[in-house]
Ligand binder design. Structure first.
Ligand code: CMC
Length: 456
């Protein structure tokens, strides 16, 4: 049945259809795997992905062999199949729907990449215009949400505000919480992408004690966000196109990163059928941790601690000293071992922004530039393949744009929202979807009898 076109969404029917049509071709490999447990043999099917290593299918293992597998941190476990993002850490490859991230960052922009992540293909000119129009028309928040913001303490961290406000969207937008209805999923997706800049900017404004600035629909996504952050009633903020481009690139480069901790959190939360706003709030909460979204903040704090160029060798020596726990923040990566493809583009943006601002009067930026140079020449970092990662440059750019470190992770959350939603939509449309329920290796007490308090 056609949905009423009450939102003026010319392309909505096709996009909703598309959600269920995205190919999920799980190809069986010609390879075979056999598991021997105490002399009994079990054949395990093997799947061949489009890219990356083969995957053993262990779904029937518990039923057939009465054993679980043990893999804390899911370091070797594929918890889902996906068509969205592929990463090859050894060769420094990051693809969205097959397109390399450097090409997307160079030639595309955040909303076009959002369309690609959400719907599987790059849009035509009309489809992009339609999508941008829909996002733009949903940038305002329900006015009663202002009261919700005001309920937070003034010194609340913007991430705390974002977790609360995004979760509270389920109390304001009842008509897009039924996850079984593809139309409501579509509406929720657009609302989240459209409203997240307003929520992040208002969390910032509230945090620094300034009045909220309402969105302006004649501005592009990144410019609108910058203006909502930096405009004040007494003075309009003129958005510099170089700043806007740098902001857009930060958003593009952080839009999705496969099954990382916050994305897996969103998938797990939504596997129970929870509403989309609750699930995205769970993702934001997970991202807040310093091991995930907090590294760019840590990097900038380190640069400030170093303070001046003449102290850099001292900190490099500390990073190399095995007896000192200090590490150069913003260097090295768990997955990318030859280079971080996002960092290359981010460096270009950093150069553009710093070229515009000049770094003569900014000791933090002077330290960053010199540290990068010295570390890249140092055999310790060369031998261990430790290169600046995306967080090294994103922190520098955000600082130069005028953001305090407390806004670094909220901006990451703003960017990653579209990735979370794309993964959420993909999961719900997956016929193999099950409620997430990991098993455990129980190492606690065996059964024992209750002991009365007097006898303990
Ligand atoms: N400074 C100094 N030494 C380092 C660093 C560093 N930043 N990173 C790794 N090493 C050394 C480490 O001591 C080890 O040396 P050795 O072989 O002599 O024992 C070797 O390099 C390998 O280190 P590892 O800990 O086995 O590498 P890992 O892949 O487990 O760690 C990492 C990756 C990101 C946790 C680590 O490089 C690090 O702590 N970097 C600084 C924090 C940072 O910038 N994190 C942001 C990553 S990007 C986030 C994202 O993509 O979302």
């Amino acid at each position: 049945m056609p949905h009423p076109d009450r939102w003026g969404w010319a392309d909505a029917e096709r996009l909703i259809d598309n959600e269920t049509r995205v190919a999920r071709d799980m190809k069986k490999s010609s390879k075979s795997a056999r598991l021997n447990i105490d002399g009994k043999e079990f054949d395990l099917p093997v799947f061949s992905p489009t890219c990356g290593p083969d995957v053993l299918d262990i779904r029937s293992l518990y039923g057939d062999a009465d054993v679980f597998t043990y893999d804390p941190g899911f370091t070797a476990t594929a918890a889902c199949n996906s068509t969205i993002t592929f990463i090859d850490g050894n060769d420094g490859i990051l693809l969205h729907r097959g397109y390399p991230i450097d090409q997307l960052a160079e030639k595309s922009h955040f909303l076009e990449v959002s369309y690609l992540l959400l719907y599987g293909e790059l849009p035509s000119a009309e489809q992009l215009e339609d999508f941008e129009g829909r996002v733009t028309l949903h940038t305002m928040l329900h006015e009663q949400m202002v009261n919700f913001f005001r309920g937070f303490r003034r010194d609340a961290h913007p991430m705390a505000i974002m977790v609360g406000v995004v979760g509270a969207m389920s109390a304001f937008y009842h008509d897009s919480t039924d996850v079984t209805d593809p139309w409501q999923r579509e509406v929720a997706s657009i609302r989240l992408v459209a409203k997240m800049p307003t929520i992040a900017a208002w969390a910032f404004k509230y945090h620094i004690g300034q009045p909220f600035v309402y969105p302006r629909n004649d501005l592009d996504y990144a410019s609108n966000f910058l203006r909502m952050c930096f405009s004040v009633p007494a003075e309009e903020y003129e958005v510099n196109p170089i700043f806007s481009r740098a902001m857009d690139r930060i958003l593009t480069l952080h839009a999705d990163h496969e099954q990382n901790a916050s994305t897996s959190t969103v998938r797990l939360a939504s596997s129970s059928g929870a509403n989309p706003f609750a699930c995205i709030a769970a993702g934001i909460a997970c991202l807040w941790g310093p091991a995930h979204g907090g590294a760019n903040q840590a990097c900038l704090e380190m640069l400030r601690e170093i303070g001046s160029v003449d102290r850099i060798p001292e900190f490099i020596d500390r990073a190399k000293d095995k007896d000192d726990p200090f590490r150069l923040m913003g260097f090295g990566h768990r997955v990318y071992k030859s280079f971080d493809p996002r960092a290359r583009v981010m460096k270009q943006s950093a150069d553009e922004v710093l070229g515009l601002l000049g770094i003569e009067d900014n000791p933090t930026l002077q330290v960053a530039m010199e540290l990068e140079k010295l570390a890249l020449e140092d055999p310790y970092f060369k031998d261990r393949r430790l290169y600046p990662n995306v967080d090294f440059y994103s922190g520098i750019i955000l600082d130069a744009l005028g953001f305090p470190t407390s806004m670094f992770t909220p901006i990451f959350a703003l960017a990653r929202t579209v990735g979370w939603i794309s993964q959420w939509k993909e999961m719900i449309a997956d016929p193999q979807m099950k409620i997430g329920r990991p098993r455990q290796l129980y190492v606690g007490h065996g059964m024992r009898d209750y002991v009365d308090v007097e006898s303990r």
